[in-house]
Design a protein around this ligand. Structure first.
Ligand SMILES: [Zn+2]
Length: 470
């Protein structure tokens, strides 16, 4: 038997003024792609053909020309590899492409036209993916992360691979059921490390047992994309069609019934209130998430409102992570270590929410962390500030260690994230969520939705719904 591997993975914020082009995408092909999928190559004894896997940091709308080039390369590889028995797709599920509605639906329909109806297609998704009926119509198998923050990425990819191999080796057909749940909520309210996310996701293995399923997924969806499919959804897969339908309705109603219980995982307040609390907090370091400019959610990353507020409050021993500004980084590199330099930073990419800020900075560290992405550490009064050339999410301790920064040395760490990733949460003495402005505004009622399917909670807070109605 022969199987192929492909995928495109991006979380695209349609409210962002940025466009993601060729420079933003990392392309993986050949042996490197096979190595990423050892769960398929190690044990299966099948002929495995690597096509292309494309991934970009969460950002704005993907340029049509970039998407089409990746798609065409994938389709050409697929055509050359035919006939194939199975296909594994490594996806995210929140791809938004210029001039396209439901980009994953477009991607999958083009694939199905080539591989035919007999080929088994299995996809792994981020639980922040927005699924649609056209997507499910082309897929045989879909499984999504069961943790947010995501600590089961590899486990999920392996599970999608195992589902594919089981289907091919046993020849048993499965039914896939999809149920859109008309709820759209921020990831910062729906993590699985606190309730009701914990209990909802902990049910999954029991539901699989109880309804004799092959797999089940709860997808929260991605709020900052204005498309009809933007919403939560449930997927169940099983051999028995009626049990699979019962299970999808059960999980959909569980999610719907929990909608009022979702809440932020850390005390949420204005930027100024968070800084006041941080100054007087007894458990340090205090992490303040600059949530409106959260890069892992697609934020632009060059807003200066948090930095300005920190400087106005005359904070000490504070780290601000990180403002993207290529010009400022270039100026710091030219000036050199220990130079005292005047910089006007930020507010260049997001001109709606952003204001450039002029600062007097001393250059402390210059580091090339990857091609075209120097990071610079500067000291601005009591604030140690990281500047980056490319939009960079800081989620691991290694990224700080590389720059010679020890988070425990700071009283306040203001960071362009939403919820904290596990290594950072472990260091944090106190966590606060600043409801800052930006394209990832946590108050979804402020977003100018035009295309999302209505009614949907919480935009239509009094709506009624049951899973049986669809
Ligand atoms: Zn995610």
């Amino acid at each position: 038997m022969k199987i192929a591997i492909a995928g495109i993975s991006n979380e695209s914020c349609s409210f962002s003024p940025l466009l993601s082009g060729d420079d933003e995408f990392m392309l993986v092909r050949g042996q490197e792609l096979l190595d990423r999928c050892s769960f398929l190559t190690d044990a299966s004894g099948m002929d495995v053909i690597p096509l292309i896997w494309a991934r970009a940091t969460p950002g704005g709308t993907v340029k049509r020309v970039t998407y089409e080039a990746i798609k065409q390369e994938m389709l050409q590889g697929l055509t050359d590899a035919m006939p194939i028995d199975g296909l594994y797709l490594d996806m995210h599920g929140a791809l938004f492409v210029e001039g396209l509605e439901d980009a994953e639906g477009d991607w999958l329909q083009a694939i199905r036209e080539i591989v035919g109806t007999a080929c088994v297609i299995s996809a792994s998704y981020d639980l922040h993916g927005n699924v649609s009926q056209p997507v499910v119509d082309q897929l045989n198998l879909l499984t999504a992360y069961r943790t947010a923050p995501h600590v089961d990425v590899e486990e999920t990819r392996s599970r999608a691979g195992r589902l594919l191999l089981d289907a091919l080796q046993t020849g048993k057909t499965t039914h896939i059921q999809y149920k859109r749940v008309p709820v759209v909520l921020p990831g910062e309210m729906t993590a699985t490390t606190w309730e009701p996310g914990t209990s909802l996701y902990n049910q999954i293995p029991f539901i699989i047992d109880e309804y004799d399923l092959v797999d089940a997924s709860i997808l929260i969806g991605y709020a900052w994309a204005d498309e009809p499919r933007t919403s939560a959804s449930i997927i169940t897969i099983g051999h028995d069609e009626s049990k699979t339908k019962e299970a999808v309705c059960y999980l959909a109603s569980e999610y719907w019934n929990a909608r009022h219980q979702f809440q932020f995982g850390a005390p949420a307040d204005t930027i100024h209130a968070c800084i006041e609390k941080a100054i007087t907090a007894s458990h340090k370091p205090v992490f303040i998430s600059d949530s409106g400019d959260n890069i892992t959610g697609g934020g632009v990353g060059d807003l200066t409102c948090m930095l300005k507020a920190l400087l106005d409050a005359k904070v000490r021993k504070t780290l601000h992570v990180a403002i993207v500004d290529r010009e400022a980084v270039t100026a710091c590199i030219s000036a050199g270590i220990d130079a005292n330099i005047t910089l006007t930073i930020g507010g260049k990419l997001d001109t709606i929410h952003g204001n450039p800020l002029t600062i007097q900075a001393v250059v402390k560290k210059i580091m090339a962390v990857e091609p075209n992405n120097y990071h610079v550490v500067v000291q601005v009064a009591g604030v140690t500030l990281i500047l980056t050339e490319k939009r960079t999410a800081f989620t691991t301790l290694d990224q700080f260690n590389t720059l010679g920064l020890m988070l425990k040395d700071f009283d306040i760490v203001a960071i362009k994230l939403g919820y904290l990733f596990p290594e950072l949460a472990e260091i944090a003495g106190t966590e606060l969520l600043a409801l800052s402005p930006g394209v990832i505004d946590q108050d979804l009622t402020t977003l100018d939705y035009q295309r999302i399917t209505r009614p949907i909670y919480p935009l239509d807070p009094n709506m009624t719904w049951t899973p049986d109605h669809d």
